[in-house]
Design a protein around this ligand. Structure first.
Ligand code: SF4
Length: 325
């Protein structure tokens, strides 16, 4: 029987090439892709369809969040715990390998392509910590890395694997031409934890809300966020799409604040806040609306099924700046 590999599939060019290189050896490949609120498998799904590759999508939110609070190997530039994330993904893929009776795990990682996760020591560390130190095969750089079990056992022909190294994409592009791959998504992007603004909002959520929900994380993707006090924040829609998302995500305890007459944003106060924070949120709503800033304006607040009215003036710019998360 031929070798069976479980491929961690992102849908990017490197993972497509890893698939092609192994498929050319007759390896039976099953792909897996992971989802959390911070990244999804849209790219992987789309690319897999084009390749005729079946991909299992696995939601790892619970384990990921647990790890994200204190990743053993720390964060990258923002809230991205890349080393721990790779270990977790390899572990989860390993569970699938055990279930399916696979021989090895495989990835499209290229030695030295990404400084934080693809240095030689880190590639070896992530394989070791996944629990499969000898069964993580990186076919694109295999010749530069220690021999793995499937290579030693002869299930994989090491001489047909590659020795790619570094950040240049020239060889990958040539290989894409060779394999007739005309479509592949751009190499980076897709993980919100590498985004500076999103990371700031996430850190603020972790610091202020112990029992946060997935909805709280989803809301970090919408609008401007302003911290009103230690317990309360306001989320201000920046456009019609944000406003709709805010209105559709309303919980019974939240306060929803809008301008009564002038066009303006929808402002959500998750958990409802208190009188002081609701008034401040109403003033913020005024500030981001089309109402004149030098006049008072009427703002409504929907709370607990009841509609309240405020007459507000907008806060000064410096105050607003200091509240923005
Ligand atoms: S960028 Fe995001 S998805 Fe990629 S390894 Fe880092 S934390 Fe994981």
């Amino acid at each position: 029987m031929g070798a069976r590999g479980i491929l961690l599939f992102s849908g990017g060019l490197d993972s497509i090439l890893a698939f092609k290189v192994l498929a050319a050896q007759g390896v039976d490949i099953s792909a897996v892709s992971f989802t959390t609120p911070f990244f999804d498998a849209t790219k992987a799904k789309k690319t897999a369809e084009r390749l005729g590759l079946s991909v299992s999508l696995i939601d790892i939110t619970a384990e990921f969040l647990q790890m994200l609070h204190s990743p053993r190997y720390g964060y990258g530039k923002n809230m991205n715990p890349c080393i721990d994330c790779r270990i977790l993904m390899l572990k989860k893929a390993g569970e699938i390998m055990e279930e399916k009776g696979g021989d090895f795990l495989t990835t499209g990682e290229v030695l030295g392509e990404r400084p934080m996760t693809q240095g030689k020591q880190i590639l070896m560390l992530t394989a070791k910590k996944s629990g499969y130190p000898e069964r993580v095969l990186r076919p694109l750089s295999a010749k530069l890395l220690p021999e793995t079990e499937p290579e030693k056992s002869g299930k994989i022909n090491r001489s047909a694997l590659l020795d790619l190294r570094g950040r240049g994409r020239k060889q990958q592009i040539e290989m894409a031409l060779h394999y007739g791959i005309s479509y592949y998504p751009p190499p980076s992007g897709g993980c919100l934890l590498t985004d500076i603004g999103f990371s700031r909002r996430l850190r603020d959520l972790f610091e202020h809300t112990k029992d946060y929900s997935i909805r709280d994380i989803e809301l970090l993707k919408v609008g401007r966020h302003l911290r009103l006090d230690e317990k309360t924040k306001a989320i201000v829609g920046r456009n019609l799409t944000d406003n709709k998302l805010i209105e559709n995500s309303l919980n019974p305890k939240d306060a929803l604040i809008r301008m009564e007459v002038f066009p303006g944003p929808s402002v959500l106060v998750p958990g409802g806040g208190d009188g002081k924070t609701r008034l401040l949120a109403a003033r913020i709503c005024h500030r981001y609306s089309d109402a004149p800033r030098n006049q008072e304006a009427s703002v409504t607040c929907l709370l607990d099924g009841k509609l309240f009215r405020y007459t507000t003036s907008p806060p000064p710019s410096e105050m607003l700046e200091s509240l923005l998360i």
